[in-house]
Design a protein around this ligand. Structure first.
Ligand code: ARG
Length: 570
């Protein structure tokens, strides 16, 4: 179905067009009226007329078929108020649409989303949280919009740390590797300690890097064991957090290894390579250091090893040529901004990244501790994601016990896991991704306020209304009258869902969808306060149940596309 927003916008557009072809009105949902249109002032300026005059002209020309009332406000805004009939009609359409007005795209794009990408030698820690959570939400939103999403988990699975781990494995003996490497962080720390303390171990590790890069079969066999174990552990964390990434999405740095020499050769053929101090570099225009000197993107180091940049160049080629990407997103922290700008620039110079492919570094801020510094444990160590989640589950469970749920222990524990994930994910997603945020479990897990559990509760409460009906609701057809302000506000909230979803996706800002859902939950609270549901009767009760049903479905879709569970009961 065409959303209310689109319907109104296209009608306004035609009215604007009669005054000046190509004029573009901007429509927003508004507190003062149902919608507000801007763009009148710009148009008036171009026409050399007064904004009020132009606004009135538009009102006169707008073919709204009695659908909405239009008022000129302030210096030249247009306030639109929908008629009850139009609102009722839109609601009826929404009810029959499983996608609640969010149309599947007509042009399906292949979108590669590069996210999570931890270094596989270590267990996942809080530094991996945002890429994982934001990337997964974006991947889900793109899928829901109808695009073809290819997730790429560009794990660090190559190079020196692995050589070190391989040597440690040799010392420990292969035996039961699931057991030996099982505690990945412990295993890594032991290897690191030896590497720092024993010169002979260091030597062996160095020789091992060379063997790894030369493709020595025995070294590769050992490397595989270490990497497989690490990835199996990553996978458990993804499952615990409810992240859609699977082992099949892991296409780590090692995958590109045999493409790297071609990257260099092709850049040489294109005449882009400059040798500098033994290293092979490209100097994309426009990148300079503080002294104004041109900055190199190093594709081959002076020791002839390939670096991070070469791998990313190979990945760009692979994604464009083999995956046929129309769009590529890199959900990676802001410290790598320059790296990506340079990689994209060089790929464009080499002709590997056509203009038509949208390529975007989706950055995000830091997770801070209560002291507003980088979030670390008391001893200064990084905090494992698994530990964070365990702690959140414990608190969620305690909160449930306090609320005296009638769930048995098994169901309660399951629910606690869903609440814990929601708390962690929502706190992350509901912050503008450019900003830092403080990791505060108490606040995140609260059932009140702008939190994941609050939205889950809003959804579960709606479901409980239907459970209390005692019989399945037969969803009769309804002539909506929306007599109270609260019912009307709730209805307007549903109509704004497609617009919120699309704006959130277009800006790659899941937090916009969070803002929308929280606002809807508040409209719902106001509705409950003013409009009894189960104790009302007849047509009124049906209308209110229909509103509850739409609210539950909106929350369910909204939470799901963010990667947040919406339990039936809380
Ligand atoms: N493993 C890298 C890190 O931990 C992130 C990789 C991001 N993706 C990429 N294509 N470079 O910093």
């Amino acid at each position: 179905m065409t959303s209310t927003y689109d319907t109104l916008l296209s009608r306004l557009q035609s009215a604007f067009d009669t005054l000046e072809a190509g004029a573009d009105p901007v429509l927003r949902t508004s507190d003062r009226s149902d919608y507000q249109a801007n763009g009148v002032m710009a148009l008036a300026k171009r026409l050399g007329r007064s904004p009020r005059d132009v606004a009135e002209d538009i009102v006169g020309r707008c073919d709204l078929e009695g659908v909405a009332t239009l008022e000129v406000a302030g210096p030249g805004f247009l306030n639109l108020t929908l008629t009850p009939e139009f609102l009722a009609h839109q609601l009826t359409q929404l009810r029959s649409d499983p996608r609640l007005g969010i149309e599947a795209v007509a042009m399906v794009k292949t979108v590669v989303v590069d996210y999570s990408a931890p270094n596989a030698a270590k267990e996942m820690h809080v530094g991996n949280l945002r890429s994982t959570v934001i990337g997964d939400a974006l991947a889900r939103m793109y899928r829901f919009a109808g695009h073809h999403v290819i997730a790429r988990n560009h794990v660090g699975d190559w190079g020196t740390p692995f050589a070190m781990l391989i040597e440690h494995l040799v010392d420990r003996g292969e035996g039961d590797t699931a057991f030996t490497i099982g505690d990945l962080d412990g295993f890594y720390k032991e290897a690191r300690t030896k590497f720092d303390a024993e010169e002979s171990f260091k030597e062996r590790a160095r020789a091992r890097v060379v063997a790894l890069q030369a493709g020595d079969p025995e070294t590769l066999r050992l490397w595989r064991i270490v990497v497989d174990q690490s990835i199996a552990y990553l996978d458990l964390v993804y499952q615990d957090l409810g992240i859609t990434l699977t082992i099949d999405d892991v296409v780590g740095e090692s995958f590109y290894d045999d493409m790297l020499s071609d990257v260099v050769t092709d850049l040489q053929v294109a005449g882009l390579i400059v040798e500098s101090g033994g290293a092979l570099c490209v100097f994309p225009p426009g990148f300079t250091n503080r002294d104004g000197d041109a900055l190199p993107l190093i594709v081959r180091k002076s020791d002839e090893g390939f670096g991070y940049a070469a791998t990313d160049l190979a990945a760009v080629r692979d994604r464009v040529d083999n995956l046929h990407a129309d769009e590529m997103l890199y959900v990676v922290g802001v410290p790598q901004a320059q790296h990506f700008e340079m990689v994209f620039a060089v790929a464009r110079m080499a002709g590997w990244l056509p203009e038509r492919v949208r390529c975007e570094h989706v950055t995000f801020g830091n997770v801070l501790g209560p002291d507003r510094k980088m979030f670390k444990s008391r001893s200064g160590d990084t905090i494992k994601l698994a530990t964070l989640l365990d702690e959140a589950v414990e608190r969620a469970d305690a909160a449930l016990i306090e609320r005296n749920t009638d769930l048995d222990e098994m169901a309660r524990t399951q629910l606690a896991v869903q609440i814990a994930r929601a708390a962690i994910k929502y706190a992350d997603l509901s912050t503008d991704r450019h900003h830092d945020y403080i990791f505060d479990l108490d606040r995140m897990i609260a059932f009140e306020g702008d939190t994941g559990p609050y939205l889950q509760y809003a959804h579960a409460r709606l479901r409980s209304i239907f459970r209390r009906l005692g019989a399945p609701w037969d969803a009769p057809s309804i002539a909506f009258s929306l007599d109270t302000a609260q019912e009307r506000q709730l209805a307007l909230g549903f109509l704004a869902f497609p617009e919120a979803f699309e704006a959130s996706l277009a800006s790659l800002q899941p937090h916009r969808l969070c803002v929308y859902l929280f606002d809807l939950a508040q409209r719902l609270t106001a509705f409950y306060d003013a409009c009894p549901v189960l104790t009302s009767e007849g047509a009124l009760r049906d209308q209110r149940l229909a509103l509850c049903d739409l609210a539950a479905r909106t929350l369910w879709i909204g939470l799901s596309v963010l990667g947040i569970d919406a339990p039936e009961q809380m």
